[in-house]
Design a binder for this molecule. Structure first.
Ligand SMILES: NC(=O)c1ccc[n+]([C@@H]2O[C@H](COP(=O)([O-])OP(=O)(O)OC[C@H]3O[C@@H](n4cnc5c(N)ncnc54)[C@H](OP(=O)(O)O)[C@@H]3O)[C@@H](O)[C@H]2O)c1
Length: 302
């Protein structure tokens, strides 16, 4: 048996509990890992709330990214062996002592990247990577990130800077110094945001990565030099209304390896705000649910 943290009914945090489940066995294309670290993301509580549908019968284990050590290899998986240190997208939740990874979305963990850093890459950092790639801006152009201080935004900022872009992003004033430490300009969100964006970028912006959605995206969109150059990771309907697009997630092992290499070379910091033991997973998830984590929270397990 193996300990995991999940929810037993769709709805609020009152449905969360620790579960004892049989250690899962890897099916074709899967790996069983002993989890060493698991990323905590807003999508975890959104799934619990049923915002992404209620088709998966509870209990459901939280989490969709993890790092750990391979315990068993499923049929048809090549390039991985028992004992390998890996990280990737989970099939059976990350908040757990053991889980299954999808081998196609799994990469080897380099020794110069920690389990905690690696567990922070498959969701937030990879989404930032996909969004920045999709916008396809050229060096010297200006990127606006709505929600720059979170796990996705802080990585998108660093990748944008790495591409030679001028980066600005919306965050509260409490995050001004943090945003500046990313090499970006902080713009306070809320009433009057378009004027503040224009003050920071008088010629307008060339692309927007939207991590907030709704009115925040509508207010910022008119600052685009070319309408529609907006990629959202959070609000497909508003993105479409503004002529933009939803982020196309590649979930590729090559992307994970590229991100890990940047971390190893100190060219990317996934900004782990805090780590929690599995026993305190509810506290970590509640903090993420508050919507104001700076960077990422990660569970350290085992
Ligand atoms: N489609 C996908 O595959 C995918 C993948 C990953 C994430 N996402 C989604 O992308 C969004 C961002 O995720 P995340 O992991 O970066 O975490 P997050 O919890 O959304 O980000 C936290 C940050 O959001 C900032 N924030 C809150 N309200 C804001 C507002 N109105 N304007 C600007 N910033 C605001 C906070 O900064 P302040 O404290 O300064 O307010 C905080 O630093 C989430 O909705 C998530 O579900 C989608």
């Amino acid at each position: 048996m193996s300990k995991a943290f999940g929810f037993v009914a769709y709805g609020g945090p009152e449905n969360q509990k620790f579960l004892d489940r049989p250690t899962p066995s890897p099916g074709p294309g899967q790996l069983l890992i002993a989890v060493r670290a698991a990323g905590v993301n807003p999508v975890d509580w959104k799934i619990r709330q049923g915002y992404l549908g209620t088709g998966q019968p509870p209990p459901v284990v939280f989490g969709s990214e993890a790092s750990g050590v391979v315990q068993a290899v499923g049929e048809g998986v090549e390039g991985f062996a028992v004992g390998d240190e890996v990280f990737g997208s989970t099939v059976t939740g990350g908040y757990a002592e053991h889980t299954l990874l999808d081998a196609a979305s799994t990469a080897h963990k380099r020794p110069d990247v920690t389990f905690v850093q690696a567990a922070a890459l498959p969701v937030a950092a990879a989404t930032a990577y996909d969004a920045v790639q999709q916008l396809d801006l050229k060096a010297g152009q200006t990127l606006l990130i709505l929600g720059i201080a979170g796990g996705v935004g802080s990585v998108a900022a660093q990748l944008g800077k790495g591409h030679g872009l001028t980066v600005l992003g919306t965050a509260s004033d409490g995050n001004r110094a943090f945003v500046e430490s990313l090499g970006a300009t902080q713009v306070r969100y809320g009433d009057g945001v378009a004027e503040r964006i224009r003050a920071a970028a008088p010629d307008g912006v060339d692309g927007i990565v939207d991590l907030v959605g709704g009115e925040n995206a509508r207010a910022a969109a008119p600052t685009l030099r070319n309408p529609g150059r907006l990629v959202s990771a959070v609000d497909p309907a508003t993105a479409a209304e503004l002529g933009g697009a939803f982020v196309k997630r590649t979930r590729s092992a090559d992307t994970l390896a590229a991100l890990a290499k940047l971390v190893a070379f100190d060219a990317l910091d996934p900004h782990i705000a805090a780590t929690y033991p599995l026993e305190h997973a509810a506290d970590a998830l509640s903090e993420v649910e508050s919507g104001h984590v700076r960077g990422k929270l990660v569970l350290e397990i085992g």
